[in-house]
Design a protein around this ligand. Structure first.
Ligand code: HAM
Length: 469
């Protein structure tokens, strides 16, 4: 074989090896989040955390997987279809958490019951549901979640709504629309065992009126259909509560009075009446709600516009605890970020303050010392790790959006100085090393970085998304 044949064979085999190496794809319904995405997600999450802390909520953390029974105890075995349920190597039935509420109430019943009431707890993190993925609907997604356990029902309900709407305002969202209802009224109106009640409520939630009528026929109460249909279509200001009370009669009046008082308390919180409507059709998809329920939309998001939901519920008793008021909500972080992006409400990430460029042999160590002193002063600082020449290094500093390049040549170092280049204007000046950190700290952040961002496919938008698996 000639040298050129050998060369060809070598190139061919490397092509074959390359083509045969697996290119792993992330699992369906999951996302990779790059640095720019993460900056937005952290910004949105931090607004919730700051506000929740200012409301007196404290953070708790629970496992990402729980015993399967925690989720089937209230919702029954049918819920398993919607979960990531599995057996571990010890044969235990487990599930990845589909939400925080059940875990927090398990934690409350087992460990937190003796704490002073009310307990105000928040959590943030990823949750998992076996859903059909599409834009804004994933199999792994993140929530910010808050619960109040052991407060009086009315002020606690108002407090969680105020925190939920307040979070959206703190993010800078202008389009906020909450819908507040009372599932307790509906439950009292439906004289059925809980499994039958759940099916009727499900048909109302989905506005599936043929299914509603079929169920009411089966249960021998077709007479309830007209009132229920009228009721779930009612949405608007407090005046709809009078209309709803007329449909259901005097038995339901206490439930509507409760919602009127919520409106008064929300006034006191400074929540605008334009930010919410009363909506008797808010039924919620989860089985544990017992009283006030609410959902929040970001109207410009289209199909997946519901960014949050919550309400009063009863899980402590189901998990072996006492009867005690529980209320809370979760906001979907992924959808909050989408809403913030649509309204251009996200803050650009803080740019890197200084990029250190050692020039020439023998200045690398001094460069690291300067870098370390900048970092110790609280600045974001980075250094050439490739060994590029000065002009390539300036290109890199520009590409990553650094505010200043700190050029360190032998001449400057001998004079205990550095050349500081303002990357936005290109203006350079000499600064004594002793004053370097101060000079950069004192200079205002003059521009947001615009690093190049590769295009990313979001879960639910990739080829083959119609395949269910
Ligand atoms: P949820 O309505 O099931 O409530 O979820 C809350 C929010 O999570 C939704 O409004 C939505 O923004 C987001 N979300 C739900 N499913 C997905 C998905 N597949 N992909 C992306 N985002 C999603 C709860 O989870 C209750 N635990 C709330 C609560 C707390 N109730 C009382 N306390």
């Amino acid at each position: 074989m000639t040298a050129s044949q050998r060369g060809f064979q070598k190139r061919l085999s490397s092509v074959i090896i390359y083509a045969a190496s697996p290119m792993f794809e992330r699992p369906r319904g999951t996302n990779d989040w790059g640095p720019e995405d993460m900056a937005k997600r952290r910004f949105v999450e931090s607004r919730f955390v700051q506000l929740a802390e200012s409301f007196g909520f404290r953070e708790v953390s629970t496992p990402a997987f729980e015993s399967l029974e925690l989720f089937t105890a209230k919702s029954g075995p049918a819920i398993v279809r919607e979960l990531y349920a599995f057996k571990d190597q010890g044969g235990r039935d487990l599930a990845l958490r589909p939400e925080f509420t059940a875990s927090i109430l398990r934690f409350y019943v087992s460990d937190l019951r003796s704490r002073p009431k009310p307990l105000k707890l928040y959590s943030t993190g990823n949750v998992f549901r076996y859903e059909e993925p599409q834009k804004g609907r994933y199999r792994e997604f993140s929530q910010v979640n808050a619960e109040i356990i052991g407060g009086a029902a009315l002020p606690s309900d108002a407090e969680v709504i105020a925190l939920a709407i307040g979070t959206m305002r703190a993010i800078g969202l202008k389009q906020v629309k909450a819908r507040i209802g009372n599932i307790g009224i509906l439950r009292r109106f439906l004289p059925f065992a809980s499994a039958d009640q759940a099916v009727v409520l499900h048909s109302l939630d989905k506005r599936n009126f043929p299914m509603l009528d079929a169920e009411l026929d089966r249960l021998g109460r077709p007479d309830l259909s007209k009132a229920l249909r009228q009721l779930v279509e009612l949405s608007g200001d407090v005046s709809v509560l009078d209309q709803a009370a007329k449909i259901l009669g005097s038995e339901a009046s206490a439930g509507f009075e409760y919602l009127r008082k919520i409106a008064d308390l929300l006034d006191a919180y400074g929540v605008s009446r334009r930010d919410y409507a009363f909506d008797m059709g808010v039924v919620r998809g989860l089985d544990y709600y017992t009283g006030m329920v609410f959902e929040i939309d970001s109207p410009n998001l289209g199909a997946e516009k519901q960014v949050g939901g919550g309400g009063a519920y009863n899980l402590a008793e189901v998990f072996g605890g006492e009867r005690i008021a529980q209320t809370g909500f979760a906001l979907g972080l992924d959808r909050l970020v989408m809403a913030a992006e649509a309204e251009q409400a996200t803050e650009p990430p803080r740019p890197l303050d200084a990029y250190v460029v050692p020039i020439g042999e023998g200045v690398q160590e001094k460069g690291i010392e300067v870098l370390t002193s900048l970092r110790a002063a609280g600045l974001g600082a980075d250094i050439d790790l490739v060994g590029r020449g000065p002009s390539k290094n300036l290109d890199y500093a520009n590409a990553i959006g650094a505010r200043y390049a700190v050029l360190l040549g032998e001449k400057e170092l001998n004079a205990s100085k550095a050349t500081v280049r303002d990357m936005a204007s290109g203006v350079q000046r000499e600064v004594a090393l002793a004053d370097l950190a101060d000079a950069i700290l004192r200079s205002p952040v003059s521009r947001a970085p615009e690093p190049a961002k590769p295009r990313r496919r979001a879960a639910g938008t990739r080829a083959g998304r119609s395949r269910r698996h």
